[in-house]
Design a protein around this ligand. Structure first.
Ligand code: ADP
Ligand code: MG
Ligand code: ZN
Length: 491
């Protein structure tokens, strides 16, 4: 990646400090201050009107759904919602901002003082403070390529003007690029659970600016921060931070000093470039928006919004770990998407052994999907199919080897589990005599293990079961086999 190569000893002298600013587009039907459709991918300049273009004489009217979504998100990230918040004009000139200002919030944002807990590498969690969540509107888009004359012209698509945004600003509590990645992942998960945004980074509905500085360990005062803009995936945020931390340390180590500036992440080169220094920083001349009254969030509205909060990912994981005896990592996998977690839980509750359903989903199904690069929705085996398979395993009607073969057949033929199972009804040896004969062979071939077993190493029964199962080509009835192996060994 970067061309910087500092020794681990030099890197270890400094502590990185990171704070993130995340913009999310809210999933309202119409825009923040007008009735235009809030829709990605429409023909350019078709969802526009005098209000979102800022034509003289037009007046904005606040979309109550935007407030409802922003309030829900604020509560989900543990913020205190202000009863009375104020819109402000943030003034700057840019071709994709025809109004010449953006309606935002400044010193009286919708919500403040929140936090989210993010898991750390050592299995604990770390609380990252959230400074504020405020509402604002998006700008339009400059299109620099894709047209025959793109070499000489830039086109404007103003459909995005006035799209409602929530900006979520973290405290400078983050200390490593991995922690930043984790914070973003958890934040996105929470917002998706709340269904306030689709958080689609490719379409720009979630965007992130990363602020980073370094300071010698032990120093209380923060170093000057650099803001990295234009980072459009969480992986790139991590990579940009890794690069920027090393760059800053190198500057300091070689006698220079870091001055506050804005830099851009260049994906192709894997490095950041200076965009503007503090001297060139904008003075936005914020002032209260005269065309909009204060936003009033009543106690009743707040209480009603609280009731709408879904069970959030972290709480859901804790509950599912307890309810289904899941491993922590499996709980993360199963709760990554709310709809999937819902489907899993609905199905698991009908199964004989929910934990087994979880295991099959993750190892057998998940493994196959991943190997083929398929999404969960493209799985030939349905959730009901996994429950069916799990129950058959649990009842000892199929062996795990047979289950693997059946799943393989499902993927080969693109058929669901029930179809394949009904057709192939795997043969099972349930004849006691036949299984006993196989056990005798295995016992005769492994005298040492028999001796160890009889000497007290009871766990070796699993070895014998495995050997006999193999000898039966996976066809021995597992329950019967277990029972007979123990009987023979003990006898
Ligand atoms: P600005 O006014 O330049 O936007 P803010 O004080 O609002 O700066 O902070 C923006 C973001 O930068 C926040 O997420 C904050 O946590 C983070 N931040 C502030 N100071 C530092 C610093 N010295 N190092 C790293 N991040 C910082
Ligand atoms: Mg900023
Ligand atoms: Zn409009």
């Amino acid at each position: 990646m970067s061309a910087i190569a500092l020794s681990p000893q030099v890197l270890a002298k400094y502590e990185p400090v990171i704070g993130l600013e995340v913009h999310v587009q809210l999933l309202t039907r119409t825009k923040a201050f007008c009735g235009c459709q809030n829709h990605f991918g429409s023909e350019p300049n078709t969802n526009i009107c005098p209000v979102c273009l800022g034509l003289p004489g037009s007046l904005p009217v606040l979309n109550s759904q935007a407030v409802a979504f922003a309030t829900l998100a604020s509560l989900a990230i543990n913020c205190e919602v202000r009863e009375r918040s104020i819109f402000a004009r943030k003034n700057y000139f840019y071709p994709d901002l025809p109004k010449g200002y953006q309606i935002s919030q400044f010193d009286k944002p919708l919500a403040e003082h929140g936090w989210i807990d993010v898991p750390t590498a050592d299995g604990k969690t770390k609380r990252i403070g959230i400074t504020r969540l405020h509402m604002e509107e998006d700008a339009g888009k400059s299109i620099h390529d894709g047209f025959a004359d793109s070499a000489t012209r830039t086109y404007l698509d103003l459909n995005r003007c006035g799209t409602p945004l929530a900006e979520i600003v973290s405290e400078p509590d983050i200390r490593t690029p991995d922690e930043a990645f984790e914070y973003l992942t958890r934040l996105k998960e929470i917002l998706l659970y709340c269904e306030v945004s689709d958080c689609n980074m490719e379409e720009g509905s979630l965007r992130c600016d990363a602020n980073v500085s370094v300071r010698p360990w032990g120093q209380e005062k923060f170093g000057a921060k650099v803001e990295v803009k234009n980072v459009n995936s969480f992986r790139f945020v991590r990579a940009a931070l890794e690069y920027e931390i090393e760059r800053q340390i190198e500057v300091i180590e070689s006698g220079g000093h870091i001055s506050q500036e804005t830099r851009l992440w260049n994906v192709a080169e894997g490095r950041t470039y200076s965009m503007r220094s503090k001297e060139q920083a904008h003075d936005y001349r914020y002032f209260p928006e005269p065309d909009l009254p204060p936003v009033i969030v009543s106690a009743e509205f707040l209480a009603a919004t609280k009731k709408k909060l879904p069970e959030l990912p972290e709480a859901r994981r804790a509950r599912m770990i307890a309810e289904y005896e899941l491993a922590s990592q499996d709980a993360f996998t199963l709760t990554a998407e709310r709809a999937f977690a819902d489907r899993f839980e609905a199905a698991a509750r009908t199964a004989r052994n929910p934990r087994r359903v979880a295991n099959l989903l993750i190892s057998e199904l998940g493994g196959r999907l991943k190997a083929l690069g398929l999404e969960q929705e493209q799985s030939p085996v349905s959730m009901a199919g996994v429950v069916h398979a799990s129950d058959l395993l649990d009842e000892g009607k199929i062996s795990s080897k047979q289950l693997k073969q059946l799943f393989d057949a499902c993927f080969e033929k693109g058929e669901d589990f029930a179809t394949v199972y009904e057709r192939e009804k795997p043969r099972q040896i349930t004849d006691t005599g036949a299984i006993e004969a196989l056990i005798d062979e295995v016992i005769a071939a492994n005298p040492k293990q028999v001796e160890q077993y009889r000497g007290g190493k009871k766990t070796l029964s699993a070895f014998f079961v495995g050997q006999v199962m193999k000898a039966s080509k996976g066809q021995a009835n597992p329950a019967l086999l277990n029972e007979l192996v123990v009987k023979k060994l003990e006898g």
